[in-house]
Ligand binder design. Sequence first.
Ligand SMILES: [Zn+2]
Length: 112
Amino acid sequence: MPEYKTYEQKKRFYRSKEWCGKDGVRLEALKRDNYECVQCKKEGKVTVDSIKTPGERKEVKLNVDHIYPIEHYPKLALTLDNLQTLCVYHHNVKEGRIFEKKKNKWAGDEWW
Ligand SMILES: [Zn+2]
């Protein structure tokens, strides 16, 4: 069973073809979620990557997130049901990079 605890281990995983190759689960998750942030969708908004605009600089807005982090659930690293497409903003919210100081305020929130 592989482990994804260190930065190096994670980096290796996120570069693997099982993850980001053309038949990787990352792409499968994006396709399943219609290349939209699932959280924005719940809020009635559509957030998609801007890859379709030719000539413009590609701006990555979507991440494929592990609902149960691979660090603690390595078995679920390549399980499609454990993946969700999130925009950078919602990914940061989920990872606690935003609203850190207001954590208690959000603790009773039903989102997660
Ligand atoms: Zn979003």
